[in-house]
Design a protein around this ligand. Structure first.
Ligand code: NAD
Length: 416
């Protein structure tokens, strides 16, 4: 198959590959090739200068057979319907891989959140929430943060939804601040899950995290937490990057100092205890573990052959094209796929939702230990499926996830 930069095409190629492998029921395959529902909204926002600007947003439900639609909201200038469709599809698979009772969804608004004032960002969020509110609800569709969104934006979403129904509904969104029903451990959950599966992947290959060298692309929620936790686990984080550039220190970066620098300067670029490197060179650095934790389509046929890491742990969604995946596999690189590697976020989102519905909250230690259990179990099941079918971990993860979704679709039947 030709390499495509279209993420939804990529997602369909991944589905087709696993359908062949597990002899997927042709009707189930047909159902899963299409998102269940897609909403596109164009809505006005009053800008600080008095003008009105129209923004475009999306909310896509890929499949809701196993439970309410779950998936983050992305604010990014380059997001589009096909990206949101792909991300929603991956959420369906991801929730099934970690076996939590959700379907897959995703949302996005085409905007550059860094170019908006706090008031504009709040207005945009409240209006977008109102526009997609026909889909939302704690039993219907529960958004969460993704690229360009955060706890504050989730708080505005929760408040807007609650105002419209006339009472407080914490369980309509996850990734909220603790003060309004957020969960301990949610902010760190995706990065924590990344490090947990990295540890398991290394262990399975007879290696260990202490002493391992790590490069992390992206220093946002996922990348910065993963880097910090890798460091605490005894690994040496030798390079990190963000949208502004990349930095390298062969002796290992001091993550405490780097995080403080990043907090103050909103970038890792210019950190004095490292030298700058070209962003593309981070991906092909000689190291044990590479963690793409920025955007999709980063490892392609253009650079896959030059990747020298032994393990690629996909913190980001869709960072590797299917064709690049083949190259990595042929070169013996172990790829822990996004639908497993970054599932820690949705797992603790699930915990947050459960706590909100029960109005009974857990300690951080409890959250982390349950997360650890789920991620380790999921890794073991994916690895077992990969061994059984003689395939890589991505195919193994799709086998586990798609099998669960297919079982649910077949049990419920096609209505009417
Ligand atoms: P974020 O907005 O907090 O951070 C994104 C980071 O990537 C920023 O540091 C940004 O500067 C950097 N970046 C952007 N373009 C880059 C480029 N070309 N090169 C290097 N760095 C670049 O986003 P996040 O929540 O950390 O999400 C990162 C990835 O993880 C996304 O693919 C997202 O879908 C995925 N993910 C996030 C979560 C979550 O809980 N936040 C859960 C699962 C998956």
């Amino acid at each position: 198959m030709a390499e495509t930069a279209n993420p939804f095409e990529m997602a369909r190629q991944q589905l087709a590959a696993v359908a062949d492998k597990i002899d997927l029921d042709a009707n189930v395959h047909e159902v899963l090739r299409h998102p269940k529902r897609e909403l596109t909204v164009n809505f006005p926002v009053s800008m600080d200068d008095g003008s009105v600007k129209t923004f475009t947003g999306y909310r896509v439900h890929h499949n809701v057979t196993r439970g309410p639609a779950k998936g983050g909201i992305r604010y990014h200038p380059d997001t589009d319907l096909d990206e949101v469709r792909a991300l929603a599809f991956w959420m369906t698979v991801k929730c099934a891989v970690v076996n939590i009772p959700y379907g897959g969804a995703k949302g996005g608004v085409v905007c550059d959140p860094t170019a908006l004032s706090p008031a504009e960002l709040e207005d945009l969020t409240r209006r977008y929430t109102t526009e997609i509110a026909i889909l939302l609800g704690p039993d219907r569709d529960i958004p969460a943060p993704d690229v360009g969104t955060n706890g504050q934006i989730m708080a505005w979403l929760m408040d807007t939804y609650s105002m419209s129904v006339g009472h407080t509904v914490p369980a309509v969104v996850t990734g909220k601040p603790i003060a309004i029903g957020g969960s301990e451990g949610r902010i760190e959950a995706t990065g924590r899950g990344v490090v947990t599966v990295a540890r398991e992947a290394l262990r399975a290959a007879g290696c260990q995290l202490p002493g391992a060298t790590v490069a992390v692309q992206g220093f946002g929620n996922v990348g910065s937490t993963a880097a910090m936790l890798f460091c605490r686990a005894g690994a040496k984080v030798v390079a990190v990057s963000d949208v502004r550039g990349a930095i390298h220190n062969a002796n290992g970066l001091d993550l405490v100092k780097l995080s403080a620098y990043n907090k103050a300067h909103k970038t890792v670029v210019g950190f004095s205890e490292a030298e700058p490197i070209a962003p593309d060179d981070l991906l092909t650095l000689s190291c044990d573990v590479l963690v793409p934790a920025a955007l999709g389509n980063q490892i392609t046929t253009k650079n896959a052959d030059r990747i020298r890491a032994h393990f690629v742990i996909e913190g980001a969604n869709g960072p590797t094209t299917p064709q690049a995946d083949d190259i990595l596999r042929d070169n013996g690189v172990v790829v822990v796929p996004d639908v497993l590697a970054n599932a820690g976020g949705v797992t603790v989102s699930y915990f947050e939702w459960v706590q909100d519905l029960q109005r009974f909250f857990w300690s951080e230690a409890e959250v982390n230990s349950k997360l650890e259990q789920i991620m380790t179990r999921a890794f073991g099941q994916v690895q077992a499926a990969a061994r059984r079918h003689g395939c890589d971990l991505r195919t193994g993860a799709y086998i586990v996830g798609i099998h669960r979704v297919a079982e649910a679709i077949l049990a419920r039947g096609i209505y009417p």
